[in-house]
Design a protein around this ligand. Structure first.
Ligand SMILES: Cc1cc2nc3c(=O)[nH]c(=O)nc-3n(C[C@H](O)[C@H](O)[C@H](O)COP(=O)(O)OP(=O)(O)OC[C@H]3O[C@@H](n4cnc5c(N)ncnc54)[C@H](O)[C@@H]3O)c2cc1C
Length: 405
């Protein structure tokens, strides 16, 4: 009997890859191995509607069990793959079992970066990557209690917005001189700083946490200059690192992620990879990158499934997309802003009802960020792809012809 195609990791990339394999005509068994104990669930709600309690575990499933049963996808939960033997096409599992594969897909994703602050292991200190993390945070969130968020990136700020809405007294400590510095321009950082402050969150930039205090449970965070912030709950959100150990140990190419080509193939003909764990060359931006987004995980998974079925479906030309929900504001980003030489803003960024920030290079659009302006997205995507020179009037039209929410 032909050994199954094995997918390591049951999240956005793994789930999509399994279903796409069947759609692409894969005939043999498909087995997904996960070190988590749940059916594939969506991670974005973990810092949004799941954290707030608006959605429950069933409502954040990527697909119901019936969809996987119909596609004849099997799962092995609570199981960690600890070694890949590429000579024999076999995997070693943490339960001592060995499994043969015909083809292998690495969808191992990324993990929260742990910072070894003194006191980081006290009760009440959390990272936010899994459903269980979000459940633990929610259990300890209570009105009028104090929360300290270490890290002013998307996950930290989305969590801050939810905890603030729950009535918690929230402080955000950000080491950089502005929020979201890695991903947005100063204008958008300022918009979010103002928005959070107006909601009652206290924002502290240029501030690095130095230690976490308390007996068994956390009661405060101290920063590098000795200032103390009351804390009944701490969330550390300082970024992720790709889970590459397995791939590295079996000799695949690694460079800030598992190196894949534009068809999600590694240099082993039997192994593909998709999602947060991968590193690839983007054809449009002409640079190597690793992306942490749902869209990327899904596109690469579809491409990987096609490759395993002997077809060609490239993903490396697709313009990346990201989004973030905070309070009543939906931020959507299309493109990568690195290397922009001009920014143009349309709409009302001060009142923040609806606005767009266009990042241009030599007067051509390379990236656009929209707040509550969803209809701009598709048009901006077309402008990025076409790379035509855009006048100021063309940008007015790009924004104004999109209805304001
Ligand atoms: C709180 C939160 C909010 C987010 N919000 C957004 C958002 O708004 N928009 C957006 O685009 N993206 C968002 N993201 C990012 C998005 O969730 C990731 O890009 C996406 O989950 C990547 O999917 P993946 O399948 O590549 O990896 P992951 O989701 O990281 O899944 C990998 C899985 O593989 C498992 N695994 C790893 N190694 C092994 C092994 N050896 N054996 C068995 N199993 C293994 C892991 O435990 C994990 O379950 C958010 C992420 C978080 C945590």
């Amino acid at each position: 009997m032909t050994p199954p195609c094995i997918i390591i990791g049951a999240s956005h990339a793994g789930a999509q890859l399994a279903l796409s394999l069947r759609q692409q005509g894969w005939q043999d068994e498909i087995l997904v191995i996960s070190n988590e104990d749940a059916l594939p669930y969506q991670r974005p709600p973990l810092s949004k509607t799941f954290l707030s309690g608006e959605k429950n575990t069933d409502q954040i499933l990527i697909r119901p069990m019936a969809a996987f049963e119909k596609a004849q996808v099997d799962f092995l939960f609570n199981t960690q793959v600890i070694n890949i033997n590429r000579q024999d096409n076999a995997l070693e599992l943490d339960n001592g079992q060995s499994l043969a594969y015909s083809k292998l897909a690495l969808c191992t994703g990324s993990s929260a970066i742990k910072i070894p602050l003194p006191g980081h292991d006290k009760k009440g200190v959390h990272y936010l990557r899994t459903q269980q993390d979000a459940i633990n945070i929610r259990q300890h969130a209570a009105a009028d209690k104090h929360a300290v968020i270490i890290g002013g990136g998307f996950i930290g700020l989305e969590s801050a917005a939810i905890l603030c809405k729950m009535g918690m007294k929230v402080s955000v400590l950000e080491a950089q001189d502005r929020l979201l510095k890695r991903v947005v321009c100063e204008n958008i950082s300022n918009f979010y700083e103002k928005t959070h402050q107006q909601a009652g969150v206290s924002i502290h930039t240029n501030t690095q946490a130095a230690s976490i205090n308390g007996e068994e449970r956390v009661n405060s965070v101290i920063d590098k200059i000795g200032k103390e912030y009351k804390a009944d709950l701490v969330i550390i959100g300082v970024g992720v690192h790709p889970n590459v150990q397995l791939a590295q140990d079996c000799g695949l190419d690694i460079d800030n992620g598992i190196v894949i080509n534009g068809f999600a193939q590694t240099r082993d003909a039997d192994i593909v990879a998709a999602g947060d764990a991968t590193f690839f060359h983007h054809d449009f931006y002409r640079k190597n990158m690793r992306l942490e987004s749902i869209q990327n995980a899904m596109d690469q998974a579809k491409s990987a499934a096609a490759s395993l079925c002997g077809k060609s479906l490239g993903f490396s030309h697709i313009i990346p997309r990201f989004w973030s929900d905070q309070y009543d504001f939906k931020l959507q980003i299309i493109g990568i802003s690195d290397g922009f030489d001009k920014i143009e803003i349309r709409g009302n960024i001060n009142e923040g009802k609806s606005f767009s920030v266009f990042y241009l290079k030599e007067n051509k659009l390379i990236c656009a960020a929209m707040v509550n302006a969803p209809r701009v997205l598709m048009k901006a995507q077309a402008c990025i792809t076409q790379q035509s020179v855009l006048s100021s009037q063309a940008l007015d039209e790009l924004f104004e012809q999109s209805p304001v929410l």
